[in-house]
Write a protein that binds this ligand. Structure first.
Ligand code: HAM
Length: 420
């Protein structure tokens, strides 16, 4: 066991076998679906100027104020580890002129938030996300949600729920805040200490409070939508109609609040009951982010990979299902067989054939054990006797049947199969 000093930092983990097999399957299926939907991959730096996040997520948000790994680098520049992927993607697209204003990008990347670690909440976690830029368009929002539903289906994850609401137009913010403040005013003393502060600083966050007393009060007052303009409510209706046309089920939830300031119009969250307190599998919405002269409008989402994996495991999907399988394990007895097999293995591997072997001398038993652990379909045995006659024994590891054949015939057969 490594000493405390040499373990990963709190809230951060290594990802290794067997779990990595499930990670890879998730990523591969996501990439295939993004390709089908016309999204291109984007890889932005893990570190950005702090201002990129302050300007896009909002300087008063919890993520920026309490959760970011922000520091001055050796040159005294204020930088931060990215807490999410939208800001960097938009920073990049804003620099691509017209083309960036009508683009579809996806990312699979680590994110960092210095939150109090607990089940489902990590300090380094991973997001699979997309951003689609372009002027507000209800069909685009609906398609983005449909893509997520298709992603869940491709992953074989049942039981996720989509809750949908609207943040409204920026022009509605004041009216909504004032409406909520006056509705909450008579209940001020009954709210928790945090919410009494939130009434003045960021009243929407009161709607989101988990405290039982606060929740009861919030249920008794009108929802933020009641204070929004007809335009904002009309946009949400059109998103709902487009979702209906695409056959996507989403539950309207007036009290859904997303913790980032860049949202305009549609916001949504996907939750899963298997996840416990941190039950958000994904979050998304339409936004407008101004990092340069021109604001970039877009819509996107990010799914949490660790939480997706937890939900899949709760649904009985084991990593072992995705363990690498097939190919050959070359078993060598004696130095000369070892050299012959090393040369053979190299030729097969260069043709793309999965082929394993020990490079040191080991007992037959140890090599056969390794062969079956590797998931190989066949063990190919070469001892002194086989070497003398230029043959190998090919053993099927599933049904234990075996045949002897000239090594050249074995190689030709494998290479032929690899090419077809
Ligand atoms: P978010 O809701 O902050 O949205 O994060 C999206 C997802 O990332 C969450 O639903 C959750 O699954 C995962 N996540 C967040 N924090 C943690 C954590 N500490 N540990 C484990 N998983 C976590 C965004 O990040 C937006 N950028 C989404 C978006 C893209 N909106 C528009 N485009």
């Amino acid at each position: 066991m490594a000493s405390e000093e040499f373990r990963p930092l709190q809230g951060m983990s290594d990802v290794c076998v067997p779990e990595i097999w499930l990670w890879r399957a998730i990523e591969e299926r996501a990439r295939a679906l993004f390709f089908a939907y016309g999204y291109e991959e984007l890889r932005t730096p893990v570190l950005e100027r702090l201002s990129v996040f302050k300007r896009s997520l909002g300087a008063a948000t919890d993520v920026v104020q309490k959760e970011m790994y922000a520091f001055a680098d050796r040159g005294g520049r204020e930088i931060a580890l990215r807490p999410e992927g939208t800001a960097g993607a938009v920073r990049h697209l804003a620099g691509r002129g017209e083309e960036g204003l009508n683009a579809r990008v996806f990312y699979v990347a680590p994110m960092f938030r210095c939150e109090r670690p607990q089940a489902g909440r990590k300090r380094q976690f991973h997001q699979i996300g997309v951003e689609s830029t372009g002027a507000p368009n209800p069909l685009e929002d609906a398609e983005c949600i449909a893509l997520q539903v298709d992603l869940l289906e491709a992953w074989g994850l049942p039981g996720a729920k989509i809750r949908l609401s609207t943040r409204g137009l920026p022009g509605d913010r004041r009216t909504v805040a004032e409406g909520l403040r006056s509705a909450l005013a008579p209940h001020r003393e009954a709210l928790c200490e945090d919410c009494r502060r939130r009434i003045d600083e960021n009243v929407l966050r009161v709607i989101d409070c988990k405290n039982e007393a606060c929740r009861r009060i919030v249920e008794s007052i009108p929802s933020p939508l009641a204070f929004m303009s007809a335009d904002s409510r009309g946009y949400l209706d059109r998103v709902m109609a487009a979702l209906d046309a695409l056959d996507v089920e989403a539950e309207p939830d007036d009290r859904l609040v997303r913790g980032l300031d860049y949202y305009v119009h549609t916001v949504w969250e996907i939750t899963h009951d298997a996840l416990g307190a941190q039950n958000a599998l994904a979050g998304g919405g339409r936004y407008e982010i101004a990092l340069g002269r021109k604001a970039v409008p877009g819509v996107g989402f990010a799914m949490g990979v660790e939480r997706t994996i937890a939900a899949l495991e709760a649904a009985g999907v084991t990593p072992e299902r995705f363990a690498p399988k097939g190919g050959y394990w070359l078993v060598s007895l004696g130095e000369a067989a070892l050299t012959q097999n090393a040369k053979l293995a190299r030729r097969l591997r260069r043709a793309g054939v999965r082929c394993g072997m020990e490079t040191g001398s080991k007992s037959m038993k140890a090599q056969m054990r390794r062969a079956s652990r590797s998931g190989a379909e066949y063990a190919v045995i070469c001892g002194e006797e086989e070497l003398k006659r230029s043959v190998v024994v090919v053993k099927n590891l599933t049904d234990a049947s075996q045949e002897e054949l000239p090594v050249s015939a074995f190689e030709a057969r494998v290479l032929r199969a690899a090419q077809s």
